[in-house]
Write a new protein. Structure first.
Length: 221
């Protein structure tokens, strides 16, 4: 059996490793769906698209070194990674900004299977306030404190226009939210105890355009 700590919720893991753990978790879930019970580090690394040595080092931060000749037990490793990144308990999420992107995220079924529940929606547009999206009533963003308290919100997603994002973040921080995913195209100022992850789709597209340009030049050559 792969030996791992029984409680990984407080293990200090490097940020680069944390960024890869969800990829390993998704890969292990695919293995489980195919009824694969054990896998080697090479098999897991290839399926996850990473270097085997890097994968082994990542898992060593969890205390996992596999068993020679056997590898890793898929379900056990899957559970331990989920525990390490906080996916063995449900977390309520609030979406601030219920435009096209906000509505799409509210309806995304993948959140539930990964331990997240969209439990609150807020917006500043009077035309949206009071409407129902995916079974949830859209509240006035001025009531963000009440929504966070009532639903025990621990994570918020911002999909507002750039000019409104900082004001929304200030309200979230005042309400006690300390984890924020930002889709607004702007940098946010937050206290040190608040974590913000930025998703900038335009930058990602520009990176893809760069690689596409290089690929085209290689073909032309």
């Amino acid at each position: 059996m792969t030996i791992l700590p029984t409680d990984l919720s407080s293990v200090d893991i490097p940020d680069a490793t944390v960024a890869r753990l969800p990829v390993y978790l998704r890969t292990l879930a695919a293995f489980a769906d195919r009824k694969i019970s054990t896998c080697s580090s090479l098999e897991l690394a290839e399926a996850a698209g990473v270097n085997p040595a890097k994968l082994r080092k990542d898992l060593s931060h969890l205390g996992s070194y596999g068993v020679r000749g056997v590898g890793y037990e898929v379900e056990y490793l899957r559970y331990q990674i989920a525990q390490a990144i906080g996916q063995t308990q449900n977390r309520n999420v609030l979406i601030a900004g219920v435009g096209h992107l906000g509505q799409a995220l509210a309806g995304y079924r993948g959140f539930t299977t990964r331990g997240f529940t969209v439990a609150g929606l807020v917006d500043a547009d009077s035309a949206r306030i009071g409407t129902v999206v995916e079974g949830l009533t859209v509240h006035d963003i001025a009531d963000i404190n009440d929504v966070v308290d009532a639903q025990s919100i621990s994570i918020a997603v911002i999909t507002t226009p750039a000019e409104a994002a900082q004001r929304v973040v200030d309200g979230l921080v005042t309400a006690g939210v300390t984890s924020i995913l930002n889709f607004a195209p702007t940098l946010l100022s937050v206290p040190e105890h608040v974590d913000v992850r930025k998703v900038d789709m335009s930058i990602e597209l520009q990176i893809l355009a760069y690689h596409q340009q290089r690929r085209t030049k290689v073909v032309d050559a």
